[in-house]
Design a binder for this molecule. Structure first.
Ligand code: SAM
Ligand code: DTB
Ligand code: SF4
Length: 364
């Protein structure tokens, strides 16, 4: 993944961000056409495989157990349910599934075995599989890679300076380390941030500068507008003007010409015209489906109509990288074997239908 050599200092990047908007959009659209097909948009479907009850205190997040939101905590979904949702997503044009878990970090337990199995199954369906499960060590990253994971999402969210104001339960460096673990395992990196949390333009650029200084910038950069959820510390934040979203998308597009810029959370608050400007400014991916993880997203029909108006088409999977191979995972195999044995035992203990044959009663 390339970085744009003209914007490797904070001053240059900030000056770009502050350029007259029409000029910024034009520059971004030009870069976009040079590196991407501007009529194709990647559709990625989010599945919240484990919802709420998270021990972290990210001030924007309705899933933190520190805040009192209306959210219903849900344990890890069964593998079959996730596969069924992925099947629907594929039928609706999504080429990627992103499985999100409200975890601080991945633990080597049965739940992780199930996530590995989900990755195997969805990769087997010919879709790009992404996961966002919190912090990840090198071994866990390797296991996910071997299962067929295509991408790992782990956002920096904002600048290192502003980070301390929104999260106290983990360090910025820990985020950077997880990203490095995914990268070193050969997994494509998805990492971006949120605007509208009260940060300055310098903070937005500060986050992008962290990506500039990485050995390799992320293959995809999600730009989220804060969804201000009642009960979270950021519930009263004023909605970010669409123009700032356009600026952030355009600046990211120009600074990282080869990466995919994803127009992420916040689309329900944006007009079709606002979203069109973001596509013009270089966004080439969205989250599809009427729900993000826990908050609403535009309906399938609304997006279909927008794509129709703008002449956009969904992007096919694996256009930017090969489909990973799924390798055998001992723990998943053992769990499957155990499940099969249990099912066989249950079947054997059920009374045979013959046992229920009605007794013949002779009528006299
Ligand atoms: N727990 C994992 C983690 O934090 O990495 C994965 C799930 S977490 C919900 C994924 C990302 O969603 C966060 O990093 C944040 O950028 C985004 N997010 C969460 N709540 C949001 C909100 N209210 N508005 C916009 N983006 C949000
Ligand atoms: C990302 O950058 N945005 C997505 C995905 N990566 C995991 C999540 C958005 C969550 C918005 C709030 C919610 O629905 O809970
Ligand atoms: Fe937990 Fe992730 Fe939400 Fe932070 S963003 S509270 S880590 S689910």
């Amino acid at each position: 993944m390339k970085i744009n050599p003209n914007y490797t200092t904070k001053e240059a990047a900030l000056a770009l961000y502050n350029e007259p908007l029409m000029q910024l959009i034009y520059k971004a659209a030009t870069v976009h056409r040079e590196y991407h097909n501007p009529l194709e948009v990647q559709m990625s479907t989010l599945i919240s495989i484990k919802t709420g009850g998270c021990p972290e205190d990210c001030s924007y997040c309705p899933q933190s157990m520190k805040y009192h939101t209306d959210l219903k905590v849900q344990a890890l979904m069964p593998v079959k349910e996730v596969v069924d949702l992925a099947t629907t997503a594929k039928a609706n044009g999504s080429s990627r599934v992103c499985m999100g878990a409200a975890w601080r970090n991945v633990r080597d337990n049965r739940d992780f075995d199930k996530v590995v199995e989900m990755v195997q199954e969805i990769n087997g369906m010919g879709m790009e599989v992404c996961a966002t499960l919190g912090m990840l060590d090198a071994k866990q990253a390797e296991r996910l890679k071997n299962a067929g994971l295509y991408a790992y999402n782990h956002n920096l969210d904002s600048s290192q300076e502003f980070y301390k104001d929104i999260i106290s339960t983990r360090q910025y460096q820990e985020r950077i380390d997880t990203i490095a673990n995914a990268r070193n395992a050969g997994i494509s990196v998805c990492s971006g941030g949120i605007i509208g949390m009260g940060e300055t333009a310098e903070d937005r650029i500060g986050m992008l500068m962290t990506y500039v200084h990485m050995e390799q910038p992320p293959e995809s950069i999600p730009i989220n507008a804060l969804v201000a959820v009642e009960g979270t510390p950021l519930e009263d934040q004023t909605p970010v003007p669409v123009w700032e979203m356009v600026r952030m998308v355009a600046t990211s597009r120009i600074m990282f010409p080869e990466s995919i810029i994803r127009l992420s959370a916040g689309r329900t608050e944006m007009s079709q015209e606002g979203q069109a400007l973001c596509f013009m400014a270089g966004a080439s991916s969205i989250f599809a489906g009427d729900k993000l993880l826990t908050t609403p997203n535009p309906e399938f029909n609304e997006d279909a109509s927008l794509f129709n108006i703008l002449g956009l088409t969904p992007k096919a999977p694996f256009q930017d990288g090969e489909q990973p191979e799924t390798k055998v995972d001992e723990k998943v195999e053992a769990a499957k074997q155990k499940r099969a044995e249990q099912e066989a035992r249950i079947a054997a203990s059920k009374p045979k239908s013959a046992d229920f044959e009605p007794r013949k009663v002779s009528v006299q």
